[in-house]
Each structure stands twice: as structure tokens, then as C-alpha cells.
Design a protein around this ligand. Structure first.
Ligand SMILES: *[C@@H]1O[C@H](CO)[C@@H](O)[C@H](O)[C@H]1NC(C)=O
Ligand SMILES: *[C@@H]1O[C@H](CO)[C@@H](O)[C@H](O)[C@H]1NC(C)=O
Ligand SMILES: *[C@@H]1O[C@H](CO)[C@@H](O)[C@H](O)[C@H]1NC(C)=O
Ligand SMILES: *[C@@H]1O[C@H](CO)[C@@H](O)[C@H](O)[C@H]1NC(C)=O
Ligand SMILES: *[C@@H]1O[C@H](CO)[C@@H](O)[C@H](O)[C@H]1NC(C)=O
Ligand SMILES: *[C@@H]1O[C@H](CO)[C@@H](O)[C@H](O)[C@H]1NC(C)=O
Ligand SMILES: *[C@@H]1O[C@H](CO)[C@@H](O)[C@H](O)[C@H]1NC(C)=O
Ligand SMILES: *[C@@H]1O[C@H](CO)[C@@H](O)[C@H](O)[C@H]1NC(C)=O
Ligand SMILES: *[C@@H]1O[C@H](CO)[C@@H](O)[C@H](O)[C@H]1NC(C)=O
Length: 351
């Protein structure tokens, strides 16, 4: 009798899924993913978010979190955009260091840099947050506390948190723009022409002494609160449809903070285009006029000028005689094509 019951129980126990298709459950210590053509990943319980490797080019992978159920597979977090992982790299959940990314020869490329010793499991949550936790569910590390350029509903940024725009649309290295909720409670956007130069501040919340947290709440509102939870500044103010849409807010490579929604299921009768559509006003509304300073690099980098395109995005152009410093990134300034000239020795002008 007992063996019959045991037999039934064994049949009911689900077979473990392969690492590539793992959904839902907790990830136990020792689990790993390898960077290869199979885009291996760990999925959240509903399968909406994935943690794993995205192929960026021939033999180059980005360890990232992305929206799994949409065609664009939009990335919302990454480990290190300036150091892509070569083919065969492996990320492993280890007891003493948390996530550790090594290349195929064992050289360490990145780690979650965990110092706690009580790590029990990891999980990709349906909010888009990847967590490392202790057996008593204390969060030891999470991707929401270490954002890259994107925030998601339910995510909160504390003092000293920073968003860093990527270098260009397809290049995940750090770009010229970032924003930070400073120690004093001011949320400020900066353009950095060069890490050694002073930054241009091009937008600020003016909440020195009172700002405390930047919140992206479940209804899709992004706002800054004081310590007592009063709303000080609504960053994106318009109402956002919630049911049936994915949402994200991102500091884009052009230095503008924008909020987007994407229908969860394709629905052509709803009138909205399939894909991401922008909701709410951008911050700042016009980057070209926001960075207006006497010296420094401006919105577009040195030796360039800025106009607003039909889509309201800033467009950077080089004056005649100048070309882009980096042909893959128009936001990075221009360089002159000609040798410097002076007026010495030239004939006086005549009418
Ligand atoms: C993950 O592990 C924790 C603690 O061991 C447990 O409470 C929780 O229910 C688990 N979650 C899933 C989805 O298995
Ligand atoms: C892996 O991802 C790349 C780029 O996103 C895609 O072109 C390719 O078809 C994917 N491969 C598999 C097996 O899903
Ligand atoms: C990313 O990689 C670069 C180049 O290897 C390294 O200098 C930097 O410290 C890394 N950043 C992180 C957060 O690991
Ligand atoms: C890892 O942690 C140590 C100690 O807290 C710190 O000094 C170091 O900068 C951290 N490294 C990274 C890449 O965050
Ligand atoms: C991204 O841009 C940086 C800065 O210009 C450059 O060093 C790097 O090689 C680029 N990465 C890729 C994958 O093109
Ligand atoms: C909450 O804090 C803000 C800023 O510090 C202050 O102006 C406001 O009066 C406070 N509100 C309450 C109800 O305490
Ligand atoms: C989100 O914030 C707005 C205020 O901007 C508030 O009206 C709304 O009730 C909040 N939603 C949730 C789910 O907290
Ligand atoms: C498609 O959109 C229409 C109009 O917004 C809505 O009435 C309908 O329920 C939607 N269908 C699905 C399957 O989401
Ligand atoms: C132009 O000529 C003057 C006088 O000869 C000289 O002092 C100056 O340095 C020259 N300027 C340039 C840019 O060559």
C-alpha cells in the first residue's frame, strides 16, 4: 500500500526543467548559465522577465534582465556594458560571493560583490527585480537597488542612487548623461563631457534638504517624496494606462528621461501601435535649450549644435567643416576637418 502511494507521489513530483527554460522557482546555490547561442536565461514565475545572456554581436554577450514576452526583448538592467562577456562565459550563483561572472578561462569579469555569508537562494521576480536572499527572506542584493538606465513600477531610488544613460542606442557602455538623487535630496541631471571635466547640470528638482526617494508606483506615476512621504515633485504627471501594459522609465542615451508603455498582448483593434509608445512629458522637455551654458560641451558635445527633430528628440549636427568625433554616436561632439587658421598676414578686406 505504502509503495503505491509513494509511486503516485513520485509521478506527481514535476521533473526539473532545464536551466534554459527554468520558470518560477527559486534558484539554488551552484546553478549557472552559459553565454551561448541559446540565449540561456532564468525566467520570472509568469515568464515576463528574464535574467541571463543577450547576444550583442559575434561572440559578445551582455549579462542582463529584459522583458521576455515582447519581440523587442527590451533590456532593463545589465551587469557591465563596457565589458561584454565572450562566448562560453558563465554566471554562477555561489554561496560566498553571490553572482559571479567568469569567462571560459575562469577570469572574473563581474560579480554581485556580496559579502554576507548567509545566501540561500536567488529569484527573478515578476516585478523585474532579481534578488539574492537569505533563508529567512532577507534581501542581500537586488538589481532594483543598482539600476542602470531604467526604472520599473514598484522600484524606488534612495539617496545617492544614480541612473546612467548608455553610450548610444546599441552600445551599453556608460554615456555622457546621468542623473542622481544627491545626498542633500536634490534630483539633478548631468551631462559629463569628460570624466575629468566639471559636469553641466541641465535639470534639477530644487528639493535640497527635503527630497528623499524617487518612486515609480504601481499606477505608473514617477515622483519624488520627502522623508514623511509627501509628494514634492511629480516627474511624470499624466495618467498612464495600467492594466494590460508593460511600463518602463528610462534615461535614454540622448540625456532625456522618458516613460513608455507596451501592450502585453498584440491588439490591433485598440488603435495603439504595437511596440513601445511614449507617455507623459519628457524631462527635460527640450534638451537643446536646457543645456545653455557659457562654457562646456552643451547638449551635443563640443563643436556641435542641437535642434529638435519632428519626433521632439534632440538632433545633433556638426557645422560645415566639422565631422562627428564618433560616427556611431551623434551625441558625442564634432571635430574640425581643417587646420586651424589665423588672420595674420592676410590682406586687409576691401569693398
Ligand atoms: C523560495 O524560497 C523561499 C525560502 O526557502 C520560500 O519561502 C519561497 O516560497 C520560495 N519561492 C518559490 C517560488 O519557490
Ligand atoms: C538569441 O538572440 C538573438 C538576438 O537577440 C536572436 O537573433 C536569436 O535568434 C536568438 N536565438 C535563439 C535560439 O533564440
Ligand atoms: C566594468 O568593466 C570595466 C572594464 O573591464 C571595469 O573597469 C569596471 O570596473 C567594470 N564595472 C563594474 C561595475 O564591474
Ligand atoms: C566590492 O566591495 C568592496 C568592499 O565593499 C568595494 O571596495 C569594491 O569597490 C566593490 N567592487 C565593486 C565592483 O563594486
Ligand atoms: C561602445 O563605446 C565605447 C566608447 O566609445 C567604445 O570604447 C566601445 O568599444 C563601444 N562598444 C561596442 C560594443 O561597440
Ligand atoms: C513633510 O515634509 C516636507 C518637506 O520636508 C514639509 O514641507 C511638509 O510640511 C511635511 N509634511 C508633513 C505633513 O509633515
Ligand atoms: C501612485 O501615485 C499617485 C500620485 O501621483 C496616486 O494618485 C496613486 O494612488 C498611486 N498609486 C498607487 C498604487 O500607490
Ligand atoms: C483590444 O482593444 C479593445 C479596445 O481598447 C478592447 O475593447 C479589447 O478588449 C482588447 N482585446 C484584447 C484581447 O485585449
Ligand atoms: C599673429 O601675429 C602676432 C604679431 O606677429 C603674434 O603675436 C600672434 O601670436 C600671431 N597669432 C597667431 C594665432 O599666430
Amino acid at each position: 500500500m505504502a509503495s503505491v502511494i509513494l509511486g503516485i507521489l513520485l509521478i506527481l513530483v514535476p521533473l526539473p526543467l532545464s536551466a534554459e527554460a527554468q520558470t518560477g522557482g527559486n534558484l539554488t546555490l551552484g546553478k549557472s548559465l552559459t553565454a551561448n547561442n541559446w540565449n540561456s536565461s532564468w525566467l520570472s514565475p509568469l515568464g515576463e522577465f528574464a535574467f541571463g545572456f543577450r547576444k550583442m554581436g559575434q561572440g559578445a554577450y551582455l549579462l542582463a534582465i529584459w522583458f521576455e514576452m515582447i519581440e523587442e526583448k527590451t533590456v532593463v538592467w545589465w551587469a557591465n556594458g563596457s565589458d561584454l562577456a565572450p562566448e562560453g562565459s558563465k554566471v554562477q550563483l555561489t554561496a560566498n560571493r553571490g553572482l559571479v561572472l567568469t569567462d571560459s578561462r575562469g577570469r572574473e569579469l563581474w560579480s554581485s560583490n556580496l559579502t554576507a555569508t548567509c545566501l540561500a537562494y536567488a529569484a527573478m521576480l515578476d516585478t523585474g527585480n532579481f534578488i539574492l536572499a537569505s533563508a529567512s527572506h532577507v534581501k542581500l542584493w537586488d538589481s532594483f537597488s543598482r539600476p542602470t538606465d531604467t526604472i520599473l513600477p514598484t522600484q524606488q531610488l534612495d539617496l545617492r542612487a544614480k541612473l546612467n544613460a548608455q553610450y548610444s542606442e546599441m552600445n551599453y557602455s556608460a554615456g555622457r548623461f546621468h542623473f542622481m538623487l544627491g545626498d542633500a535630496g536634490n534630483l539633478a541631471f548631468y551631462a559629463t563631457p569628460d570624466p575629468l571635466d566639471a559636469s553641466d547640470t541641465y535639470w534639477r528638482s530644487n528639493t535640497v534638504g527635503s527630497g528623499f526617494q524617487l518612486i515609480f508606483n504601481q499606477s505608473g506615476q514617477v515622483y519624488l517624496t520627502a522623508r514623511n512621504r509627501t509628494i514634492l515633485n511629480r516627474i511624470t504627471a499624466e495618467p498612464v494606462p495600467t492594466g494590460g501594459y508593460y511600463q518602463r522609465a528610462i534615461l535614454e542615451y540622448d540625456g532625456v528621461f522618458r516613460q513608455y508603455i507596451h501592450p502585453k498582448t498584440a491588439n490591433s483593434s485598440s488603435g495603439r501601435l504595437i511596440g513601445w509608445s511614449r507617455v507623459s512629458a519628457s524631462v527635460p522637455q527640450n534638451l537643446c535649450t536646457s543645456i545653455a551654458q557659457q562654457i562646456g560641451s552643451g547638449a551635443c558635445g563640443f563643436n556641435s549644435y542641437c535642434t529638435r527633430g519632428d519626433d521632439l528628440r534632440p538632433r545633433c549636427q556638426c557645422p560645415p567643416g566639422y565631422t562627428l568625433l564618433d560616427s556611431t554616436n551623434e551625441m558625442n561632439g564634432c571635430i574640425q576637418d581643417f587646420a586651424p587658421q589665423n588672420c595674420n598676414g592676410s590682406r586687409p578686406e576691401t569693398d
